[in-house]
Each structure stands twice: as C-alpha cells, then as structure tokens.
Write a protein that binds this ligand. Structure first.
Ligand SMILES: [Fe+2]
Length: 174
C-alpha cells in the first residue's frame, strides 16, 4: 500500500494574501479556490490548503526542499522584499543562512506567523562525513560515540557538550 500525503490545511489571517505570498515567494502557480480553501500545490501531489481563520492561529512549521538554483531565486525574492530571515528555527541568527548537511537553509515567516523554511538537503542527508552535519544528527552521534582518547576531541569535551546542548535545544523547537 502506498500512502501519500495529499494535502494539509493551513490557517491564515488573510487566506488569499497568505496563499499568494507563498506562491510568489516560492515561484509556484497561482492558488486555486476550492470552496473555503485557497489551494497551493507545492509538489506533484501535495497541496497546502489555506483557510481563513479569525481565531488564534497556532504557528506551524513548513519546510520546502528546493534545488540550489531554486534556493537562489527564492532567497533573492526574500531579500527583495526585505523579509527577516534566520539561519535557525529559534530566530536567533538573523540575516544568516545555515549550511547544514553541506547544503543551504534559511527560515522566514509567512504573513500569519507560520515558520517557513527552504533547504537544499534533507535533514541528516549529509551524514557524519559532511563538513557541517545537521545539528540533530550530530547530537545523536555525540551521544552514541565512545569517548575518544586521541585526536582533537580529547580536549574539546566542553565544546562538544555545548554543541550538543544547542542541538538538543533546537531539536525541542523543531
Ligand atoms: Fe525544519
């Protein structure tokens, strides 16, 4: 049985503005109206169906895997619009992108406060051989690896612990 995610509903303060924002930023076809929804196709089968919400909107996180060329184009639009962007999901490293898994990634807000992300490599795809492993996979490996008695880690325990703590902090917020 092949189960495939087909759509999910995204609450928006302004349904049409939010849907148009996403299509313009990502370079996608214009939204289609389907009953109460403004439907944005983000893949060959998957759609984000925006719906108007007048109540409290609980921020969600949506991450889009893009090619290097698409990243360049989308990031250029983010900068053209002077949108705030961050390298991390906690919005601490403003005006920076990350290089996790030796790819590129950046976070930014949608008009309703949802946290959007574009990335060129899936989390963990660089494994441990990447020059910049994803912090989540790095944390797991640090916990499971035996303590080295030689090499640079011998005197770097404090730095490793701090790095792991940071990664786990981030993981809780992902
Ligand atoms: Fe993410």
């Amino acid at each position: 049985m092949a189960v495939r995610l087909n759509h999910t509903i995204v609450a928006a303060r302004d349904r049409d503005a939010a849907a148009i924002f996403l299509t313009e930023i990502l370079g996608l076809p214009a939204p289609a109206i389907l009953g109460p929804f403004a439907v944005v196709h983000v893949g060959s089968e998957i759609s984000l169906d925006f719906v108007q919400s007048d109540g409290e909107i609980v921020p969600q996180h949506y991450a889009f895997l893009v090619s290097e060329m698409e990243f360049d184009e989308i990031f250029a639009r983010i900068r053209e619009r002077r949108l705030p962007y961050w390298a991390d999901p906690r919005r601490r490293e403003r005006d920076h992108m990350n290089a996790w898994d030796d790819g590129r990634g950046v976070y930014f807000d949608d008009p309703s406060g949802h946290l959007l992300e574009i990335l060129t490599r899936p989390y963990g795809s660089g494994g441990t051989t990447a020059s910049r492993p994803h912090p989540l996979i790095a944390a797991t490996l640090h916990k499971q690896s035996p303590v080295r008695t030689d090499g640079p880690e011998k005197t770097g325990g404090g730095a490793l612990a701090a790095e792991e703590a940071t990664a786990l902090e981030r993981a809780r917020d992902e």
